[in-house]
Design a protein around this ligand. Structure first.
Ligand code: GDP
Ligand code: MG
Length: 163
């Protein structure tokens, strides 16, 4: 059975952009409006020699927010529960937000591996956010730019021991 990697994080951090990059096709809708991923998307992903199943999820606003439709929440929670590993994305340019902290709490309590990645890290704009991400207590953040395809070798290095 294929290793299942769920991309999770609050809306607009670049989950769908990374999903498309890993799948090699634009299957998921990317938008600068938060919350456009309404359902779960799953496909075969690859980085270099690594092969796995990758899941794009709807962004959970936070652990208790009831504004998110129940179906989205349930799908995302199930994806997280059933994944072999979660790739937790934050926005390096925005830094760690309160919502990211709530998410990190949930992921820390969950059994299974969590890879922390700080996306939108192209150029220097993400440096402070990457430093802040260490404070989430989820290990070394992988600096990524899903849009520009940067940091994928580091992501592969974090993923390879788990698969
Ligand atoms: P999602 O809501 O987490 O799925 O986020 P999306 O993938 O829909 O992306 C949200 C916005 O962030 C879009 O406008 C993307 O073009 C933008 N974005 C995604 N990845 C990057 C990146 O690496 N760098 C920058 N600067 N923008 C990005
Ligand atoms: Mg999305």
């Amino acid at each position: 059975m294929s290793f299942r990697l769920a991309i999770v994080g609050r809306p607009n951090v670049g989950k769908s952009t990374l999903f498309n990059r890993l799948v090699g096709r634009r299957l998921a809708l990317v938008d600068d409006q938060p919350g456009v991923t309404r359902d779960l998307r799953e496909s075969e992903g690859r980085i270099g020699p690594l092969r796995f199943t990758v899941l794009d999820t709807a962004g959970l606003e936070d652990a208790t927010d009831e504004s998110l439709p129940g179906r989205m929440r349930r799908l995302t929670e199930r994806a997280v529960a059933e994944a072999d590993a979660c790739l937790f994305l934050i926005d390096a340019r925005a830094g760690v937000t309160a919502t990211d902290e709530v998410f990190a709490d949930i992921l820390r309590r969950r059994a299974g591996e969590v890879i922390l990645a700080a996306n939108k890290a192209e150029g220097q704009a993400g440096a402070a956010g990457i430093a802040e991400a260490w404070g989430l207590g989820l290990g070394e953040p992988v600096a990524l730019s899903a849009e520009h395809g940067e940091g994928l070798a580091d992501l592969a290095a974090a993923l390879a021991p788990l698969i």
